[in-house]
Write a new protein. Structure first.
Length: 210
C-alpha cells in the first residue's frame, strides 16, 4: 500500500501514520527525518539540500522530491510506504508523479478548525524531558508540572492559538486543494476525526479495508 495522509496540522496524521506503519509493516517516510538523514549521510541530493539549509533558505521542491525518490528505492519500501508531510502543494504532487513516485490512496483526516485550535492550544510540553500533556485529555497530576521530572510545563510557540490559526490558513490555501487533485484521480478517501485515537484508527481501517 502506497499511502499519503492528508489533514490539517493537529489532525493526528503523525500518530495514525505510526500506527498504520506498524500494522502494515511498511515505513513512514517523514520529509523532515529523511532530509536530515540525507544531509548527515552526505548523499548527492543531501549535499544539495545542505547548501540551501546552510544559507537559511527553504529547500526547493525538486530537491525534496529527489530525496524522497532516493529513500523510496531502499528495500524496506518494496511492499509500500506512508508519506508524512509531503506533498504539501499541487506542484509537489505533480513533481512526485513526474518522478515516478506512485500513490494508491490519499487519505484525508477531516477535522474542523475549532477542534484543532482547542486541541493544540491545550497542549503543554516539558522543556526539560519533552513529555507532552493536554489540559483536557491528558492533564498532568499537578497542574502545570511535569509528571516525569517535576519541571514547569510550557505552551510551545507552535501551539499558541495565533500560530495555530496561521498554520491552518496556510493549510487551507496550499495543502487542502490536494484533496480535489487526488479526488479527480479516484484516489481520495476521507475519514471523519473521532473522539479518540483508537476510534480514528478503527475508522481508517474500515475505510482502507485493512
Amino acid at each position: 500500500m502506497k499511502l499519503i495522509l492528508l489533514g490539517a496540522p493537529g489532525a493526528g496524521k503523525g500518530t495514525q501514520a505510526d500506527i498504520l506503519s506498524r500494522m502494515l509493516s511498511i515505513p513512514t517516510i517523514s520529509t523532515g527525518n529523511i532530509l536530515r538523514a540525507a544531509v548527515k549521510n552526505g548523499t548527492p541530493v543531501g549535499l544539495k539540500a545542505k547548501e540551501y539549509m546552510d544559507r537559511g533558505a527553504l529547500v526547493p521542491d525538486e530537491v525534496i522530491i529527489g530525496i524522497i525518490a532516493e529513500r523510496l528505492q531502499q528495500p524496506d519500501c518494496a511492499e509500500g510506504y506512508i508519506l508524512d508531510g509531503v506533498p504539501r502543494t499541487i506542484p509537489q504532487a505533480e513533481a512526485m508523479a513526474a518522478n515516478g513516485i506512485a500513490i494508491d490512496t490519499a487519505l484525508s483526516i477531516e477535522i474542523d478548525d475549532e477542534t484543532i485550535i482547542q486541541r493544540m492550544s491545550g497542549r503543554r510540553t516539558c522543556p526539560n524531558c519533552g513529555a507532552s500533556f493536554h489540559v483536557a485529555s491528558n492533564p498532568p497530576k499537578q497542574e502545570g508540572i511535569c509528571d516525569a521530572c517535576g519541571s514547569e510545563l510550557v505552551v510551545r510557540k507552535d501551539d499558541a492559538p495565533e500560530t495555530v490559526k496561521a498554520r491552518l490558513e496556510t493549510y487551507h490555501r496550499e495543502t487542502e486543494p490536494l484533496k480535489a487533485y487526488y479526488e479527480k484521480q479516484g484516489k481520495l478517501k476521507t475519514v471523519a476525526n473521532q473522539p479518540t485515537i483508537e476510534e480514528t484508527t478503527a475508522a481508517i481501517r474500515k475505510t482502507l479495508g485493512i
